[in-house]
Write a protein that binds this ligand. Structure first.
Ligand SMILES: Nc1nc2c(ncn2[C@@H]2O[C@H](COP(=O)(O)OP(=O)(O)OP(=O)(O)O)[C@@H](O)[C@H]2O)c(=O)[nH]1
Ligand SMILES: Nc1ccn([C@@H]2O[C@H](COP(=O)(O)O)[C@@H](O)[C@H]2O)c(=O)n1
Length: 228
C-alpha cells in the first residue's frame, strides 16, 4: 500500500528563513522542496510566456499577479502524485491560497514570525547566486570564496530590494496579503507559527513537530529539486 503523501507550505516575510528551513526539512524528512522563486527563475531562463511576463514584475520588485502564479504552479503540483512536498513562497495571497485549496488538501502550514530588525540585518547581508537562487549570508552561511557561488564559482549579487529602504514597504505588503492567508489556515487547524531571531533556535521546534507527523530519514542528500 502506498504511504499517504504529506503536503506542507512554509510562509513568512522576505528573509524569514523559508528557503533555509525548507532545505533542512527536505534533508531530514525527504520532502521535496518546491520553491516558487526557483520555478519563476527557471521559467524566466527558459523564456516561457509566463516567465517573460513574470520577469517584468520581479525586475521592478513587484509580486507576480495571482493568475500568473496559479497558472504556473498548480498544474505542477497536480503532477506531484507520488511525492510528499513542501512549498516555499506560494501561496502568498488569499486568492492563491483558495486556488491551492481547490487543488489539494494541505496537511500542515509553517508560518515564520521574525522581528523586523532581524529581517533587515539578514537581508542587507544576503548574497544570491542569481541563476540557482542559492543564498548566502556573510555571518550565518558565508560562501567558501568571498563573492562567489560555492558550486558554480560564479559571482554573487545583492538585490536592491533587500536593502532597508525597500524592506519597509515589502514587509507592509507581506503583512497585508499574508494576514487573510494565515487566518484561513488557522481556521483549518493546520497552522503552526514559530517565532525567533535565529534559524538554529527555531529549527529544533520545527523538527520535533514534523517528527510527530512524518518519519525522519537518515540520508544526507538534499531533496531540493525544481518542479517537474
Ligand atoms: N544571521 C542569520 N542569517 C540567517 C539565519 N537564517 C537564515 N539566514 C540568512 O538570511 C537570509 C534570508 O534567508 P532565506 O532562507 O533566503 O529567507 P526567505 O524567507 O527564503 O527569503 P525570501 O526568498 O526573500 O522570501 C539568507 O541570507 C540566509 O542565509 C539566521 O539564523 N541568522
Ligand atoms: N508567490 C510568489 C513568490 C515569488 N514571487 C516573486 O519572485 C521573487 C523571488 O522569490 P523568492 O521566494 O526566491 O525570494 C520575489 O521577489 C517576487 O517578486 C511572487 O511574485 N509571488
Amino acid at each position: 500500500m502506498m504511504a499517504k503523501l504529506f503536503r506542507a507550505v512554509i510562509m513568512g516575510p522576505p528573509g524569514s528563513g523559508k528557503g533555509t528551513i525548507s532545505e533542512r526539512i527536505a534533508q531530514s524528512f525527504g520532502l521535496k522542496h518546491l520553491s516558487s522563486g526557483d520555478f519563476l527563475r527557471e521559467n524566466i531562463a527558459a523564456n516561457t510566456e509566463a516567465g517573460v511576463l513574470a520577469k517584468t514584475y520581479i525586475e521592478r520588485g513587484l509580486m507576480v499577479p495571482d493568475h500568473v502564479m496559479t497558472r504556473l504552479l498548480l498544474p505542477r503540483l497536480e503532477e506531484m502524485t507520488r511525492h510528499s512536498w513542501l512549498m516555499d513562497g506560494f501561496p502568498c495571497t488569499l486568492a492563491q491560497a483558495k486556488a491551492l485549496n481547490s487543488t489539494c488538501d494541505l496537511d500542515l502550514v509553517i508560518s515564520l514570525n521574525i522581528p523586523y530588525e532581524t529581517l533587515k540585518d539578514r537581508l542587507s547581508d544576503r548574497w544570491i547566486h542569481l541563476a540557482s537562487g542559492r543564498v548566502y549570508n556573510m555571518g550565518f552561511n558565508p560562501p567558501r570564496v568571498q563573492g562567489r557561488d560555492d558550486l558554480s564559482g560564479e559571482p554573487l549579487i545583492q538585490h536592491d530590494n533587500d536593502q532597508p529602504e525597500a524592506l519597509v514597504s515589502r514587509l507592509r505588503h507581506y503583512k497585508d496579503v499574508a494576514k487573510p492567508v494565515i487566518d484561513l489556515y488557522k481556521s483549518k487547524g493546520i497552522l503552526h507559527t514559530f517565532s525567533g531571531t535565529e534559524t538554529d533556535r527555531i529549527w529544533p521546534y520545527i523538527n520535533s513537530l514534523l517528527s510527530t507527523k512524518i518519519p525522519s530519514r537518515p540520508e544526507t542528500d538534499t531533496q531540493h529539486i525544481p518542479l517537474p
